[in-house]
Design a protein around this ligand. Sequence first.
Ligand SMILES: Nc1ncnc2c1ncn2[C@@H]1O[C@H](COP(=O)(O)OP(=O)(O)OP(=O)(O)O)[C@@H](O)[C@H]1O
Ligand SMILES: [Mg+2]
Length: 376
Amino acid sequence: MPRRNPFYLKVLPLDAPFCNRRKELKELTDYGYSDTSVVIYSPRREGKTSLVNRVQNELRKSDTVTIKTDFFSVFSVDDIAVRFAKAVFNETRKYEPWYKKAIAVFQSFRPAFQPDPMTNTLSLTLTSVSGKTGFDLLEDVLVSIKELSDYIENPINIFIDEFQEITTLKESAKIEGLLRTYMQETKASFFYVGSRRRILFDMFNKRNRPFYKLAVNYPIEKIEAGELAFWVRDQFNEYSVNCKDELAEKLVGLAHRHIFYVQKLGLFTFNLSGDIVTESILMQAYEDMLESEKTVFEESYIKPLAPAQRHLLIALAGENTKQPFSKDFVKRHNLPAISTLQSALKVLLNEDLIHVQNDVYSVVDKVFQDYLVKNY
Ligand SMILES: Nc1ncnc2c1ncn2[C@@H]1O[C@H](COP(=O)(O)OP(=O)(O)OP(=O)(O)O)[C@@H](O)[C@H]1O
Ligand SMILES: [Mg+2]
């Protein structure tokens, strides 16, 4: 007989158990309902997308129009325009008068929804009808969204996941400028969400950038340990597996309160458990988790780094420090010349692999830090 596991590794479905975030849900829902734009950031896999999906779900209950797009791996100016247009049609389709208006204002695209037998849903195809491309196309789409926002009386919330990805395009300065011009005039609250914290933060907080002060800064912090442990124990209990308080606390500690690892370690522990969680099962699950994260750590985090960057990352994993360029630190870890280290550190900070907290440099992902210490 198969057994359902209460833990999730994917963006949480709306009906899945959700740990806390009550304050964030309330505050972000209020912002979304009040035409206030927010830049929402946290390290990778700390729960931004799952949270904002829930915020949009709350907003829908108050008749807010919730548009959602994702700039992950965005590859051109045209692609941005297409993603926006698709997001708008996907949402307005739910209400005939808005959909008709969207079709009327969008000069560049004609939408068509067709049933997709594979997924049993409707899939959207856009036909380009104006012949416009590049910035002309993007501008056209942004004008259309603005016009639509003037027509719709309900509040509108537009969630752009991985927003910082536009900075990977060579025309990014011009894109930022154009987006700002129209987003400022559009009657909607925008949620700009992403995990490259430095890049996203700079976009909204540097004086010379188009988005300067256009949105409220909203960092997503880790959930408090006690709340997490309580939640973990509850998930086991719900599925008739007994997990003692101290083991739930230990699990949360091994995961360093990082919600993704809490879920993953929970999942592995549940798989190995009968009707009771034991310490040796938990430790076995922890080893299994590190093993299964190995590919991500090695291939996505470590491999793309240049040797000096890798070297500095490993040194900082072994020893968090206020002074990564000090003579002692450099000597202890056999690091290269300061000039090389300075540019290496910049890359590690931009990639959000390293951050500074209370003046101390450390690895952002503490489970990854444990992995580095163990294996290098
Ligand atoms: N409040 C929560 N309670 C329980 N699990 C959560 C919660 N929020 C997120 N998760 C879980 O944490 C993991 C990461 O969530 P999510 O993908 O939403 O994070 P993210 O910050 O958007 O990640 P990324 O940086 O990859 O975009 C998923 O496994 C998800 O199921
Ligand atoms: Mg996400």
